[in-house]
Design a protein around this ligand. Structure first.
Ligand SMILES: [Zn+2]
Length: 189
């Protein structure tokens, strides 16, 4: 009970320095405390934050937990690939001009990224969510991954390269996060 209202609070003791309080999307309240902290102190800690807790739980109740994306069925994968492969085919000539062999494309339901690039294996993995965002945004991700064959990291040269072939890449990147139905992946490619 905090200030006359009752809450379910999940308490865990951990090797840590300070007490930590979080309200998760959905409204679950988690309290972590260093080993050995006395219940009276926890009660006091919660009492001092009662308004914050009430406010946060209201806010978070209406927020959905980020949904984990289930793996694609074979059919979904084929469908997504059929949608994304033409984008790759269109943009590949940009890096082909630099002698980069055509990468193989894999489509997966990725949780935290829109795409990734394995330079050694000559493979690009694209997040199936790209079939649901506007095409200019998907094109940006594809060019981003293709560019990694020339610039493995996100150096100044990497972005200079992107800028050269896709001067509006910033707007496309913004469009990506704005329109992703399962936003947000961390927006790293
Ligand atoms: Zn990247």
């Amino acid at each position: 009970m905090i200030n006359g209202r009752s809450y379910q609070i999940q308490l865990t003791y951990k090797k840590m320095r300070h007490i930590r309080l979080r309200v998760l999307p959905g409204g679950e309240i988690r309290l972590s405390a260093p080993f050995g902290v006395k219940p009276a102190l926890l009660k006091q800690f919660l009492g001092q934050r009662s308004e914050w807790i009430a406010w946060q739980s209201e806010q978070m109740k209406t927020q959905k937990r980020p949904q984990k994306r289930p793996p694609l069925t074979k059919e979904e994968r084929q469908k997504a690939l059929a949608c994304l492969q033409p984008i790759v085919d269109n943009l590949y000539p940009i890096v082909k001009a630099y002698g980069i062999p055509k990468p193989r494309i894999t489509v997966r339901a990725m949780q935290t990224r829109y795409g990734s690039c394995s330079v050694n294996r000559g493979r690009i993995t694209l997040n199936a969510i790209l079939t649901e965002v506007p095409q200019p945004a998907a094109e940006y991700v594809v060019l981003h991954e293709l560019a990694h064959f020339l610039h493995p990291n996100h150096s100044r040269n990497f972005y200079a390269f992107i800028e050269q072939y896709m001067p509006d890449w910033r707007a496309r990147e913004a469009l990506l996060t704005q329109t992703d139905p399962a936003n947000p992946p961390s927006n790293k490619q």
